[in-house]
Design a binder for this molecule. Sequence first.
Ligand code: ADP
Length: 401
Amino acid sequence: MKILVINAGSSSVKFQLYDMRDESVLAKGKVERIGMETAILSCEPTGKQEYREVSEILEHTTAIRKVLDSLVHPVYGVLGSIGEIDAVGHRVVHGGESFKESVLVTDEVKREIKQLFDLAPLHNPAHMLGIQAVEANMPDTPQTVVFDTAFHQTMPPVAYLYPIPMVLYRKHKIRRYGFHGTSHDYVSKRAAAFLGKPIEELKMITCHIGNGASCTAVLGGKSFDTSMGMTPLEGLMMGTRSGDIDPAIVPYTMAKEDLTLGEVNSMLNKHSGLLAISGGSSDMREIVQAMKDGDKNAALAFDMYAYRLRKYIGSYAAAMNGLDVLVFTAGVGENSARLRKAVCDGLTFFGVEIDDVLNEHHSGQERAISTPSSKVAVLVIPTNEELVIARDTHALIVREN
Ligand code: ADP
């Protein structure tokens, strides 16, 4: 079975084509700058030369057509015909309370996703464009949706409710949803498999630290609490997002700086985090380089980033009354030994002990970085959200037939 995984954004579409017989990637790539005359399609077919094309792509239906054309290209293509694609799986950021697992796309599912536009205005409308674009190009191919929020639907009310008037939850569904669920789900399962232990018996904290960042308390394999909230702004300090702040800062800043709601929203989402404190970059590689060059603001940004993550780990260990496994994943989590060390060196009091040599060793593979005597196993597990989407899609299609 061949499955195309799509992650549609407002001006981009990322894709990966899987052969599910061995879960190999046949091709991957993206379309960027949708809406412009100089949109770029790039495709990396496995075992063949990379393919890049600049052309006018004004909307998502054309973008998907270009992707499909590249997959059947006479020279660079990996398929004889589009009909070889058995199903298409979409990443959808927000599934609200409606979706606790991945589902096949139906008219009802599309209606539900539209209902959730308000909760994820930057993401869900773009995902819907992706679904409609696939429908326009491949009307007979089944589609599925895999939600970033679904894994976190197991959180108990003590974790997902905010201490604000309950009427806001009842009327507007204001609550914690959490994000990066496919990643937290995947790495927690991989971590248990890596350790050869039943996940049901483990207290785990998974740290997905990329441009966006969140950590999750995974109790017995289920999400128990997570740092992102109603939106992906809450929680850890991120590349350009503030994470947790005193909510009173919002009206105070609006009054003092004469800002609109839109402006303050943009400040917290796009001009905060590492970028704001370092005054230079939101990219951890550049922050680390600037620190090495003696930049004090970059050093402060790094220290705050690590400190805030450490506080979350401490609070989740308390929330679960213990910790067996700490997992690092995503761009920063997988690659920055310095960040992992800065976080773990402050957690020795509850038995986290990492081996500096193992921590520095970069293999790109799943690995332990804790010492044999560490009470908590500390692991680096590369995430693979696309593979989770492909697997869920495969399972749904098999179940359907
Ligand atoms: P996204 O959230 O966009 O998927 P990623 O998971 O790819 O992001 O993470 C991007 C982040 O990972 C960037 O801040 C980047 O600097 C960081 N990163 C990637 N490689 C390294 C590295 N070798 N050392 C430190 N940070 C890294």
